[in-house]
Design a protein around this ligand. Sequence first.
Ligand code: HEC
Length: 269
Amino acid sequence: MNTTFTRKLALVAAAASLLAVVGCRQDMHDQPKFIPQRGTEFFADHRSARPQVENTIARGQLKEDSYFYTGTVIAANGYKEERNELPFPATVAVLERGQERFNIYCTPCHSRVGNGLGAIVQRGYKQAANLQDQVRRAQPLSHYFYVMSHGYGAMPDYSSQLTPEDRWAVAAYIRALQLSQDATAADVPTGTKPQSLTNLAAAKGLPSSFAGPWDIPNTAVQAYPANKNEGTPGMAPAYPVDPKVFIPNQAAPAKSGTAKPAEAPKAGN
Ligand code: HEC
């Protein structure tokens, strides 16, 4: 009798604990909640996702200064327009920050002087824009911001690496870089004697070519595939004025008549 009683007790206890466990789990499973994109009978419009409350902005999402965030303003004709303006004063601290960010994120392709022949280009990436040429010098400051925010042709965008403030700082630094490569003796403060880079290079024992412009070395990997149909979509010039990329050691294109000359693959192929 004793054993039967113990057995019964054990059974009841087991059933009770099982019930408790099951009940507990069911509670957690069936708690009232909305599943994304699923409708509901609770609201009159049957949408579980509620519209945002009018005239309110979520914390951290107030972007009142649209030029600061987009680099464009809406012109009188309704189109977006770039401006040659920095949305905040260009202090030395801003330029130093811009220089630091440029050297981290842009020099791999554009090089430290911005001529578009950075180390990655020397290994076969599409030649980056020469920030020193007439086309890029003439571009308004906010164009650089726009390119960093959205990318451009083969260039990826840098909006996740650089905050809007940093992008403006880099844009300001590009202007400083352009000045640095195009300065005249008149830009030097009076009383300071300008020194030639060639002499400075010689004094430091650097090769005589140090002060001159440089080209892609012959060791660079060829940018285009031998068969253009194999495709490197980013390799076509995004800007029509861009010269076709010069490829050292490339076999001369076949004479017309025998075969079609090799063409750069079009973007989007
Ligand atoms: C991975 C290589 C790469 C990096 C890194 C890179 N660029 Fe570029 N950039 C390019 C290439 C390639 C082009 C030319 C685009 C084309 O023709 O497809 C270009 C073009 C540009 C242009 C010219 C746009 C125009 O309208 O002509 C600007 C300005 C520019 N880059 C700025 C920057 C800045 C600023 C950074 C750093 C935040 C940067 N790039 C980082 C590869 C790069």
